[in-house]
Design a binder for this molecule. Structure first.
Ligand code: NAD
Length: 430
């Protein structure tokens, strides 16, 4: 008989001096694994990325110089289906960051019941210092280096920080040229004309709005009485703010990299979006009083939506957050050390792997539409998105209640359990 490993199986992940995203993810993973009594073998399997690729991307720059950029693609796993995850262009991206983001994608797809595994890619570069032609060359060489990895049945990239529809169109074109056929389903977040989906651009903000309303309902907060602060006014932040305002909520604070703005009577989000459309940032916006970035996070409000970047809520400021609900539009805006402080203070945190999962959900719809060659109406996209967000919110809420834990750990438990069960049934191929 095969001896079963003991239920307690590993040393806890040490608490680092400064949290890196992978360690932050692993600390939550460890708590969920403990709750599930995950066997040692499965624990190790699920924490280890299936593939980690570091590639060099030589580019002849516009002035004739040759520069070498470093690119990454991490496939955390493909147990539930082809792996899925964005590509980010950033000057300080690290392999650890990509590993964490890839794992989050696995858990996010599992929470949403999407038949995808998790992946993430990146190129270390500063897009503000590159021309359009140089960005195109980087994208095409990155894609061609990863031809054996990408594929509609294998690994499907999407946009992330500093990458957009145009870059996805170049990924799709490069892949298609090598395959000698047009293959739209190899990448999502494409322009509509190239097999993109209606509703994809607003999907993350729409999903965030749906689960935020779900959490408000649980706390008995009516939309017309709700005061909301939103950090970050890009794709996720501006759409979430606008859709919550349409539901009757008062958006009392908004911010972006240029500054933060407060208006007790409610900010006109339509005007703010128009302003950013013309001026690129909120700098000089007259629709509210200027406040500091810290003051925005610490505003007295019902819901805080951090929708800018990672590590905004930390052990240093968690005790000063006055919102009743935090709805994580961004990936990783709360570091693991802040979790117990927020929990103790009774703040309901809708975790990133649920709150911003609307984006990957409509990416899944885009992939399905491309493969079927049949495109849905906006109404169908939005109805299906709403149904899936509500179902996952209820499942996470139920999981948290069952294990008497936070929504974040409830979501991790749900996701890890699903992937672990699938892995057990598939078995380990040797
Ligand atoms: P974006 O570039 O469109 O917007 C980011 C916004 O944050 C900008 O308004 C920027 O000015 C602001 N910002 C940057 N630093 C800031 C700071 N220190 N303080 C305040 N504001 C700051 O990016 P996005 O697509 O909206 O993504 C935002 C977050 O949501 C990221 O963490 C991303 O990974 C996550 N996310 C995005 C999607 C998507 O579909 N776009 C899906 C899932 C998760």
């Amino acid at each position: 008989m095969i001896e079963q490993p003991p239920a307690v199986y590993h040393e806890p992940t040490p608490i680092p001096d400064k949290e890196n995203p992978f360690e932050s993810m692993m600390r939550r993973f460890d708590i969920a694994a403990e709750i599930l009594g995950l066997e040692a073998g499965l624990y190790n399997y699920l924490k280890t990325p299936a593939k980690q690729m570091i590639i060099s991307i030589p580019i002849q720059m516009d002035d004739g110089r040759i520069e070498i950029f470093e690119g990454y693609r991490v496939i955390h796993n493909d147990i539930l289906g082809p792996s899925k995850g964005g590509i980010r262009y950033s000057p300080d991206v690290t392999l650890d960051e990509v590993k964490a983001l890839a794992a989050w994608m696995t858990w996010k797809c599992a929470v949403m019941n999407i038949p995808f595994g998790g992946a993430k890619g990146a190129v270390r570069c500063d897009v503000t210092k590159l021309t359009k032609i140089e960005i195109e060359k980087i994208t095409r060489r990155y894609t061609s280096n990863l031809l054996d990895v990408f594929g509609p049945d294998r690994d499907i990239p999407a946009p992330d920080m500093n990458t957009n529809e145009q870059i996805m169109a170049w990924v799709m074109d490069t892949y298609s040229m090598h395959m000698r056929r047009t293959e739209t389903a190899v990448v999502t977040g494409k322009p509509l004309i190239l097999g993109g989906s209606l509703g994809r651009r607003e999907a993350t903000g729409r999903g965030c709005m749906i689960v935020t309303l779900g959490a408000m309902e649980k706390l008995g907060i009516r939309a017309k009485d709700a005061k909301i602060a939103v950090q970050g006014f890009g794709n996720v932040g501006s759409v979430t703010a606008q859709l919550l305002a349409e539901q009757g909520c008062k958006i009392v604070g908004i911010s972006d990299v240029s500054g933060a703005y407060y208006n007790a009577k409610g900010i006109d989000t339509v005007k703010a979006i128009e302003y950013v459309g013309k001026n690129r940032t909120l700098a000089g916006f007259k629709g509210g009083d200027t406040i500091s970035q810290d003051e925005l996070l610490e505003l007295e409000c019902d819901v805080l939506v951090p929708a800018a970047k990672e590590e905004q809520i930390t052990a240093a400021n968690a005790s000063r957050i006055r919102a009743k609900i935090i709805s994580e539009g961004a990936n990783g805006p709360t570091d693991a050390s802040a979790d117990p402080i927020l929990q103790e203070r009774g703040i309901l945190v809708i975790p990133d792997i649920l709150a911003n999962a609307g984006g990957v959900t409509v990416s899944y719809f885009e992939w399905a539409q491309d493969r079927a060659g049949y495109f849905w109406t906006l109404d169908r996209v939005n109805r299906r998105l709403e149904r899936m967000m509500r179902q996952s919110f209820d499942a996470v809420y139920h999981s948290a209640a069952t294990y008497n834990t936070t929504l974040r750990i409830g979501a991790y438990v749900l996701a890890i359990d699903k992937v672990a069960k699938t892995l057990k049934i598939r078995g380990i191929y040797a």
